[in-house]
Design a protein around this ligand. Structure first.
Ligand code: DAU
Length: 331
């Protein structure tokens, strides 16, 4: 969007915690309509300074602790950043727009995990009740509630989007797909939780971005949009397809990476299945995901093969220590 909308100023606010990486943004860092602010959203003084400096019309709030496994071992950071951080941003936006006497837009980017876990059938819809089951999901659900409460209490202009599992380039190798590709490249065991039967609905990151852009320009204030990939796969089916594509691209013997698959202890409280009904979003905003799962996975596999240096740079000591804490006893 920075390149597509040269007349809009974009201010990127990021705390650059373990998964943040300025190299991801090197292609736009020199753009005249782009600024970076190294700020933690829970720091209200710093956030207020950013709002005073730029007086934004629109806030798109992506900032979150987002990895479920980390929320199981260290839940505090999740409540702190995802709930308190959201409140700090809401207050700053509300005060800025009240002072200017203008109506802005606060777009809160959330997750389908707020709706809990599905069985073998059914889908999440706008009418699904909130039933979060991990500390991560509970913190995102809380944030959604706080955003909506600002709408009802203060007439605050918000939109919420709840999206399914993203995948694609630049994803930190704690999430399933980049973790599998990194381990395959290093010929390390590939940990599958439980029996690998859990199901996720996969959405290519660029399709998600396109949906967010449509929501931003054409969404109705006070609405919630569900965004999904309509690509449901069990973890084991996903991982075997991914490894087969990887072997193909690397010129490895067919199916050889499958031998790395190792079933490990299940995630605590592991949600069985997520599936999103995006039909209302599709009908209202004229959006649908353009990438088939095969096309999206192939692009992703190629990106990780071509960008092994990027991977090497994020495999820090902190990552190694997270990895051995999370998987150590299972190797
Ligand atoms: O549904 C949207 C959510 O998707 C986002 O809100 C979260 O921020 C994002 O992390 C993701 O949550 P998941 O827990 O579904 O993603 P993750 O990549 O961690 O795991 C995907 C599935 O793979 C899940 O069933 C757990 C399983 N898994 C994951 C890892 C990291 C394994 O079997 N082994 C692993 O090592």
């Amino acid at each position: 969007m920075v390149r597509k909308y040269p007349n809009i100023m974009f201010v990127n606010v990021d705390a650059l915690t373990y998964a943040g990486n300025l190299h991801n943004l090197s292609a736009i860092e020199e753009a005249s309509n782009y600024r970076f602010e190294h700020v933690d959203i829970t720091d209200s003084e710093a956030v207020n300074r950013v709002f005073e400096t730029y007086s934004p019309d629109t806030v798109v709030h992506f900032a979150a602790e987002s990895h479920v496994d980390r929320s199981i071992t260290e839940p505090t950071a999740f409540v702190h950043t995802n709930v308190l951080g959201t409140l700090v941003l809401l207050q700053a936006a509300k005060n800025t727009w009240a002072e200017r006497k203008t109506v802005g837009l606060f777009h809160h980017v959330s997750t389908d995990e707020v709706f809990g876990s599905l069985g073998k059938t059914g889908v999440f819809t706008n009418a699904s009740p909130y039933a979060p089951r991990s500390p991560y999901a509970a913190s995102k659900a809380s944030a959604d509630h706080v955003v909506r409460s600002f709408g009802t209490t203060y007439g605050f202009p918000y939109i919420i989007t709840n999206t399914s599992n993203n995948y694609g380039p630049f994803q930190f190798p704690e999430k399933l797909i980049p973790l599998v590709l990194n381990n395959a490249r290093l010929k390390k065991p590939i940990p599958i939780y439980g029996k690998g039967e859990n199901v996720r609905d996969w959405l290519f990151v660029e399709d998600h971005c396109e949906a967010l852009e449509k929501v931003l320009f054409n969404g109705k204030v006070g609405s919630t949009y569900l965004i999904g990939g309509s690509n449901e796969l069990s973890n084991i089916d996903l991982v075997t397809s991914l490894l087969d594509l990887f072997d193909d691209e690397m010129g490895n013997e067919n199916g050889s990476s499958r031998a790395l698959i190792t079933y490990v202890e299940d995630r605590a409280g592991h949600d069985f299945r997520y599936a999103i009904d995006s039909s209302l979003t599709e009908a209202e905003l004229g959006w649908n995901p353009k990438h088939s799962i095969n096309d999206g996975l192939l692009q992703t596999v190629r990106w990780y093969i071509e960008n092994q240096e990027w991977l090497e740079n994020v495999l820090t000591d902190a990552y190694q220590s997270y990895y051995s804490k999370q998987y150590g006893s299972q190797e």
